[in-house]
Design a protein around this ligand. Structure first.
Ligand code: KIV
Ligand code: ZN
Length: 391
């Protein structure tokens, strides 16, 4: 892979929870929920918020327009297909923002060319006309060749060159069906940056879907090759298996800054709050073992892990719970828990036990834990009451 280094070390975060995320079947959000989420995204430092698809419905148009009016720091973006009516409608909605962006796209792979009934040259002409039109309305134009990762490389270079010549300022490379592989994702960005005239005048973005569980790896590989905008959603919400998860790429760039020395503008302490909000309004609960924001991401039940955590938190955690906005690590009491964790938990609840007492309570605790999946604080208080009655 031969790739010249990208100029900036700042990676832009483009959140599409309200557009690609909402396209997830069953995830429709109300107008007020969208406004609330957009305000949180803006507050947490998201660079660009894709607020919706204005031509899709009156509701989407109104939501994008109001989000644009309320925007404080983020660029507000709307999506449009490659036709003048869509683009005009999109501009009508995003123009209210202090900084608005038109995002226009067309499917460029052989499969999509067949569906749109455009041959290669016909599609080039369409791209040129629509991007030129968008750029006449707005200084900030993003263009995407949908299904880029299944588009022939020579043709992909041609369409990207056309969009740049017509005035696109960001070129997004979508892995629409989650088909690519990390090495391939990097090579594609490197190839475009090397071969396309004018590539150094635009920002390359990566937009990955998670059909094979590789969206985060593919996005980060693209960054290594020079992409400087990551498109993502909160909790990875999105069509089918979802999109790259914002919390994963942001925390990966933070934790492994030694490998990927790039910064984002995200206030990571706001991650857990917005994750819970998106789960609640979309009706899509976060799986317990989801990276970064799952209920178990900072929870430990096994004795060895709990003992290690009580001695040094770095033994079994690579991020601090406070960094994503959680109060503390959760030492879950269950049948795998050991004596050290039980002593610490009881101390937290106000019980200081001598060694003999602890030995007795530990036996009772294990018997209870065998019957119950999780032993809660109230269970331990009851256990202590029972132990003192039997003294
Ligand atoms: O996945 C995709 O290709 C998209 C485009 C509209 C950018 O969401
Ligand atoms: Zn998508």
């Amino acid at each position: 892979m031969t790739s010249t280094p990208a100029k900036q070390d700042r990676v832009l975060i483009f959140d599409t929870t309200l557009r690609d995320g909402e396209q997830s079947p069953g995830a429709t959000m109300s107008h007020s929920e969208k406004l609330e989420i957009a305000a949180l995204l803006d507050e947490m430092g998201v660079d660009i918020i894709e607020a919706g698809f204005p031509i899709a419905s009156e509701g989407d148009f109104n939501a994008v327009s109001e989000i644009a009016r309320n925007a404080k720091n983020s660029v507000i973006c709307g999506l449009s297909r490659a036709n003048l009516t869509d683009i005009d409608r999109c501009w009508e909605a995003v123009k209210h923002a202090p900084r608005g962006r038109i995002h226009t796209f067309i499917g460029t792979s052989p499969l999509h060319r067949e569906i749109t009934a455009l041959d290669k040259d016909g599609m080039i002409a369409r791209i040129h006309a629509t991007v030129t039109h968008a750029r006449n309305l707005c200084d900030d134009v993003q263009w995407s060749p949908m299904d880029a990762t299944r588009t022939e490389h020579d043709y992909l270079c041609r369409v990207v060159e056309t969009a740049i010549k017509a005035g696109a300022t960001t070129i997004n490379i979508p892995d629409t069906v989650g088909y690519t592989y990390p090495r391939e994702s990097a090579e594609l960005i490197a190839m475009l940056r090397d071969r396309v005239p004018g590539a150094d005048t635009v920002i390359f973005a990566t937009h990955c879907h998670n059909d094979l569980g590789m969206a985060t790896a593919n996005a980060l590989a693209a960054v290594e090759a020079g992409a400087r905008q990551i498109e993502c959603t909160i909790n990875g919400l999105g069509e089918r298996a979802g999109n790259t998860a914002l919390e994963e790429v942001v925390m990966a760039l933070r934790v492994r800054n030694d490998i990927l020395p790039y910064r984002t503008g995200i206030d990571t302490k706001k991650i857990i709050g917005i994750s819970r909000m998106v789960a609640a309004v979309s009706g899509f609960p976060v799986q317990y073992n989801k990276a970064v924001v799952g209920k178990n991401a900072f929870a430990h039940e096994s004795g060895i892990h709990q003992d290690g955590m009580l001695k040094n938190k770095e033994t079994f955690e690579i991020m601090r719970p406070e960094d994503i906005g959680l109060a503390a690590t959760n030492l879950v009491m269950g049948k795998h828990s050991g004596r050290a964790a039980l002593r610490a938990k009881l101390s937290e609840l106000g019980y200081e036990l001598g060694d003999n007492q602890l030995k007795d309570v530990f036996v009772r605790f294990k018997a209870l834990a065998d019957r119950k999946k999780e032993v809660y604080d109230d269970d331990l208080i009851a256990l202590m009451a029972e132990a003192s009655l039997n003294d």
